[in-house]
Design a protein around this ligand. Structure first.
Ligand code: ANZ
Ligand code: ZN
Length: 779
């Protein structure tokens, strides 16, 4: 095999020494911010799927660099958070030690894959120089009125022993560990992402993002336009408010349903004659996940509130009131008017409990809303972002609670209450503690450490207590891309000048699973920054494309299934270039595919042939000439290889390169210039071997800063024909040439062919030419 190991080592060193992947962050003329989603190091080291995404992003970056852009492709890691912490817990290692180890290993592995990373701008979220600014952002959110503490019925992961944001509950399960999520009523910190619901939705339209991801966000934000209507409760001054998207069906409302947690239930307790049943139903509901409650097709359950009747404001009819778990307390008003004639869920329920289903005369929704004193309302499915975690491995939330009684000065607001840590005191360092295990009592590990939480109120100097929860790891990753171009900034999270030069990110590639997590949070944080005057734009990622997933034997790779492709192993056996080539050959970057060792071997053999021919061409000192029509083909290849990269279909670029390479081999001779063009086209995909051969051919360092080949449109429109060449009527050769070739060009071409020359001595007597078909020499 060609000496890939020596070559790769040599160029890694040289690239590093010459800094060719470090753009001038202040003066770059043509900045291009090329980014892959922030990785968190996995317990199993670098996943081959990540190698594919990262090198796929890198192909694009290298291509842009060769097209004259100052490409910035930074790398770092998101090492805080439950994911890393759970692993540390499993192995019994301290998260700080675990982080140190996995950081070293992760960067070592990343160093081998041949990416043009701007290594100087590395950052890690658990570095106090970084999380100082994560905390600073929390404080800015607080000052902006976008951070608040409130009580709510929250998602609780009994295994991770922490609350979770709505986005982090996937089909009722914890996004990190897969455990069924339950509910807990707690007071917690929230970021008011809902303030931006409309903007998050409206801006989607103009973003150059994959439609699929836009749709996922749109559905998650879940805008719904309807009416808020009030139903009086018979014999009381209470009323039930409902949010309905179908006020026009009000005449068919034959009963009402409250969520079992609805506050009215408790309030009306004295009037409810079957309280025993009601109470036990409420208890039963508590153990159910939201997902279990709303799953379609499940048998509906519920209990009537006996003794309670509501009045339909449209026709003044008395209707019964029920509680049922299919109505959620977290949406709308937590109560509905049930219209079994029109709503499937209500129909099922009505059938199960033999409630009347009346054929409904529809009315005008807008009129009736006005008439019954209701109002039009817009609701969003999106909830505020629950930001606190009862865990250890994250940035401590930089807030302080004053425990002093209200003084005359602070009486009007009931005491000092919550205060942000003064900015000069940041970062609030995460101390190294041994009892870092979450306890499950909704108290973070730091809550057992008075030396951490005991402090003074920044407002009055009195006795105060620090927040002991840490912030959600998705906050760490919601702003990292702002920090990359300015990692050394000691005074600000990121400076205006660098931000202006590099932001927003030009190309962003990452997993579709982040559609309503990271991608939503980052957009929100950027919008908040805009309103704080920190940045001048609302959208952080100009262009977004998803990456596909790589499977093995058709299944997701996992250690337990034993179908892991270990990048270390393969890179040391075959070299990074072969791995890169094969990974991109499997399918377009945005599509998935199946890893097959046999496919990889095809890539290995191809590079082997490239190496061999390269050495031959190099040893010829450029004397060789290629077959005549090769340049036509080459122009087509340039076009196809270029288009393939632009469309992230690197597989088609590679296929084209293989075709042109076969042609080189078939011709037996290849012009140095043509071979160099081929190398340039291959360079983004296989950066090491091309750099080495480029040098061997006597070119100036580096191929990666050389100009991307241009093609001539002229050769693209004319297609290729096979011109038959005869001597005295006998076919002696066919040559490939462009359609429309003139008689004199065809003569020259045919007479330069070895197989023709040997039949012709001197000038032919006569030449017969049939355009695009044949040329016959009579001698
Ligand atoms: C009467 C009605 C008649 C309704 C009809 C729908 C169809 P979206 O589009 O998701 O906003 N609803 C309201 N709050 C609810 C809650 N907390 N739990 C469960 N269901 C709730 O859906 C709004 C509709 O979902 C509302 O309009 C309400 O049912 C129900 F033919 O009111 B509708
Ligand atoms: Zn105070």
């Amino acid at each position: 095999m060609y000496p890939f190991s020596k070559i790769e080592k040599k160029w890694r060193k040289k690239w590093d020494e010459t800094g060719i992947y470090e753009p001038d962050l202040d003066k770059a003329k043509n900045p291009y911010y090329n980014l892959m989603m922030f990785p968190y190091p996995s317990a199993e080291g670098l996943h081959i799927g990540s190698v594919r995404t990262f090198s796929g992003v890198d192909v694009y970056g290298r291509f842009m660099r060769m097209n004259g852009y100052d490409v910035f492709e930074p790398m770092g890691l998101d090492g805080f958070g439950i994911h890393s912490e759970n692993y540390a817990l499993k192995t019994g290692k301290h998260p700080m030690d675990h982080a140190e180890e996995s950081e070293r290993n992760f960067y070592r592995q990343l160093g081998y894959i041949g990416n043009g990373f701007a290594w100087k701008e590395r950052l890690e979220t658990y570095d106090p120089d970084y999380y100082k600014w994560t905390q600073w952002i929390f404080i800015q959110m607080w000052k902006q009125g976008l951070a608040e503490r409130k009580k709510a019925n929250l998602n609780w992961c009994p295994s991770c022993k922490t609350v979770l944001a709505d986005e982090q509950v996937i089909n009722g399960k914890c996004e990190r560990c897969g455990t069924d999520v339950t509910k807990k009523e707690l007071e917690q910190w929230f970021f008011k992402i809902t303030d931006y619901a409309e903007k998050l939705l409206a801006n989607l339209e103009d973003l150059d993002w994959t439609e699929h991801i836009k749709t996922l966000q749109k559905n998650w934000i879940g805008k719904s336009e309807g009416s808020l209507l009030s139903f009086k409760i018979q014999g009381t001054s209470d009323k039930i408010d409902v949010f309905t998207t179908r006020p026009d069906t009000i005449l068919g409302a034959t009963y009402m349903v409250l969520a079992p947690e609805h506050e009215l239930v408790e309030k009306l307790k004295d009037r409810i004659s079957n309280w025993e049943d009601v109470g036990s139903y409420i208890e039963k509901t508590k153990s159910k996940t939201e997902n279990e409650r709303i799953t379609e097709g499940k048998v509906k359950s519920g209990v009537e509130l006996k003794g309670i009747n509501a009045i339909n404001p449209a026709n003044k009819k008395e209707i019964p009131v029920w509680i049922a778990d299919y109505v959620l307390s977290s949406y709308g008003t937590g109560a509905i008017m049930a219209v079994p004639d029109h709503d499937e869920r209500d129909k099922e329920f009505a059938k199960a409990f033999k409630l009347p289903i009346v054929e409904t005369e529809l009315v005008d929704g807008d009129e009736i809303t006005k008439k019954v004193g209701g109002k039009k309302e817009v609701h969003y499915h999106l909830r505020d972002w629950l930001i606190s975690r009862q865990r250890y491995w994250g940035p401590p939330i930089p807030m302080i609670y004053c425990e002093e009684p209200a003084s005359p000065k602070t009486a009007s607001r009931g005491g000092c209450g919550w205060q942000p840590v003064p900015e000069k005191d940041l970062p609030v360092l995460l101390p190294r503690i041994d009892d870092f295990r979450p306890k499950g009592d909704a108290q973070a590990p730091l809550a057992s450490h008075p030396e951490f939480y005991e402090t003074k109120c920044p407002e009055c100097g009195g006795k105060a207590r620090r927040e002991t929860d840490v912030s959600d790891t998705f906050l760490d990753s919601a702003w990292y891309f702002f920090r990359y171009p300015d990692v050394d900034n000691k005074k600000e999270a990121f400076g205006k000048k660098r931000t202006k030069k590099w932001q927003p990110v030009d190309m962003y590639i990452g997993g579709v699973e982040h559609a309503v997590l990271h991608l939503l949070y980052s957009r929100f944080i950027t919008m908040a920054f805009k309103d704080m005057g920190i940045v001048s734009f609302e959208e952080p990622f100009t262009r977004l494309r998803p990456n596909g997933l790589i499977t093995m034997g058709g299944a997701k790779m996992s250690k337990s299934k034993g179908n892991i492709v270990d990048p270390d192993d393969y890179i040391s056996k075959f070299g990074a270039d072969a791995i890169r080539l094969y990974l991109q050959f499997i399918s377009p970057l945005y599509a998935g595919g199946n890893w097959q060792d046999g496919g990889l071997m095809g890539g290995v053999r191809f590079l082997e042939r490239v190496w061999k021919l390269g050495e031959q061409v190099a040893s010829d000192k450029g004397q060789r000439t290629s077959g005549k029509s090769i340049s036509i083909w080459l122009h087509k290849s340039i076009k196809r290889a270029t288009d393939g990269i632009l469309e992230l279909k690197y597989n088609t670029s590679i296929a084209e390169l293989m075709i042109i390479f076969n042609r080189f081999e078939k011709e037996g001779e290849v012009r140095k210039k043509d071979f160099e063009t081929f190398l340039l086209l291959l360079a983004p995909i296989a950066p090491f071997i091309t750099e080495e051969l480029w040098e061997k051919l006597g070119n100036e360092y580096s191929i990666h800063t050389a100009k991307w080949p241009a093609y001539d449109e002229k050769y693209l429109v004319e297609d290729v024909i096979n011109l038959v060449v005869q001597v005295n009527g006998k076919v002696r050769a066919t040559i490939e040439t462009e359609r429309g070739i003139t008689k004199s060009d065809a003569e020259k071409l045919a007479l330069s062919e070895e197989s023709i020359k040997r039949y012709i001595n001197g000038k032919p007597k006569k030449t017969i030419f049939v355009k695009d078909k044949l040329i016959n020499f009579v001698v």
